[in-house]
Write a protein that binds this ligand. Sequence first.
Ligand SMILES: [Zn+2]
Length: 196
Amino acid sequence: MQTINQLNSYLLIVLVVLIASCSKQEAPNDIQQEEVVEEEQLSSCVNYSTANADDLYTYWELFVGDVLCSRGGPDYSQLNTTVNLGFVVPSEAEITSGITPDHAGYSTFAGYCNSSNVYIRVIKDYWEDYTEVQKLWLMYHEFGHDVYKYEHSTNRADIMYPSVPRSDVKLNDFIRAKDKLFSRNFDGVTYIQCPN
Ligand SMILES: [Zn+2]
């Protein structure tokens, strides 16, 4: 009896090893199939590859064009007569005092509380580490503050969430989120209150 039990447990071990090696062999195929079934690229009426990482104004032009062609207006280039975009390098003191925002850019009072001004600063060191989609995401986030006067969202999928998504964020995620941004249709949308 003892021998049969030992034999049984030996067989069981062999079986387990066989199953394990079979599933190991199948794994690479599963991964390859997932890669093939990639989501189809959503179309947009602007070409995001025209963004030039060294020239923040190309992001403004994209944003203005995007609102015009996907929403029919308003023409924010007409409404905002002064557009001031630039890179900043925060000082050591500013960084250690925690002044650095949770994402790489910021809109200022001079922009979001003045409907004819856009005034945005981007922290160069952070910017350089961003992917193309993260850069678009950040700039549209700041335009969201500055042009729409949006406060932050609590939903990670929204452009107005306070931090830029991880580097694996897809252009499709951005396109869905910017459509929600333009249509003022995202969770808990609230507006910055300015004096008068
Ligand atoms: Zn913000």
